[in-house]
Design a protein. Sequence first.
Length: 164
Amino acid sequence: MKKDQTKKLCQGACIAAMYVALTWLSALFGLDKGAIQVRISEALCILPIFLPAAVPGLAIGCLLANLLNGCVALDIVCGSLATLLGALATRRLRGRPWLAMVPPVLANALIVPWVLRYGYGAPDAIWLMVLTVGAGEIVSVLGIGGALYIALRRQRELLAQWAA
């Protein structure tokens, strides 16, 4: 394996590990269950703006977090797919960072309510869960992730060394 490939693999693995750890932290505080969810790990969804390795890292991290947290099969598959779709679109829009933060919010707001309904039997109306899941994603991605984006943007030299 080439040095560049190894570095990207390690970056993706680190991002996946951070996603799992932050998801556990959200679960510890009860923030990741039900119609209103604030997964702290979703703040990492801004990383594809900076690193291509973040796309698979986020998807694998979400998959592992859902597996380790005992989620239903529909959540493991569709939740991970929502994260992958959001990460791919974020990477594509990286030239417009604040716009690039919107796809993870939309992907989760549009997919997760169906998972909650058919995977967990949530009784709430789908449209209501679209709003509540979307609100949680706004807090995670635009709020916490936006602060992370600002911090990383200010550390361009350090980030450039890690990404190079």
